[in-house]
Design a protein around this ligand. Structure first.
Ligand SMILES: CC(C)(COP(=O)(O)OP(=O)(O)OC[C@H]1O[C@@H](n2cnc3c(N)ncnc32)[C@H](O)[C@@H]1OP(=O)(O)O)[C@@H](O)C(=O)NCCC(=O)NCCS
Length: 139
């Protein structure tokens, strides 16, 4: 999928944080540690730094939801991350995002801590972020 295609899905899917532009996707994809996993009209994008994988964003087009695409993207992201040397994965998710939190919890991610006021939204309010992580490989 091209950076334009990723940005199109992101614009339709994201509320918090704000959607990213095609340029932003291009920048992340040019990182040699980047990991992009696709399923239907959904994708997961992250990066691996040494032995740690960070899930940067995950989005499924609203018309394609509840068909397992996010779960498939997450599993493929983790498999690619392990191939690149990751032993652990982590992510941040808005505390208000019940759907994503349920997905991550059911995929084995545990909540490590809360970052207060991490996402600043349009009207100047802020939303907490939960930091979640999962061991991909036993130590
Ligand atoms: C969160 C999101 C990626 C889920 O995509 P999806 O393809 O619909 O998810 P899946 O069909 O793979 O669902 C996997 C699990 O996630 C959870 N889930 C997904 N949507 C849910 C919802 N609306 N309410 C509660 N749980 C939900 C369920 O546990 C589900 O398993 P189940 O269907 O067996 O009950 C999608 O809603 C989305 O793009 N949201 C906006 C972007 C976003 O919030 N991204 C995450 C940022 S960190």
């Amino acid at each position: 999928m091209t950076p334009d295609g990723l940005a199109r899905i992101h614009a339709r899917a994201m509320v918090v944080p704000r959607p990213w532009s095609a340029e932003t996707f291009k920048g992340f994809l040019s990182d040699p540690g980047s990991v992009l996993a696709l399923s239907g009209a959904g994708f997961a994008l992250g990066r691996v730094i040494v032995d740690e994988a960070e899930l940067l964003t995950l989005a499924v087009d609203p018309e394609a939801r509840r068909r397992g695409h996010a779960r498939a993207c997450l599993a493929a992201f983790e498999a690619q991350a392990v191939q690149k040397g990751a032993a652990r994965a982590f992510l941040e998710v808005a505390a208000t995002n019940a759907a994503a939190r349920a997905l991550y919890a059911s995929a084995g991610y545990a909540e490590d801590r809360v970052r207060r006021g991490y996402y600043v939204i349009a009207d100047g309010d802020a939303i907490d972020a939960a930091v979640m992580s999962k061991t991909l490989l036993p130590a």
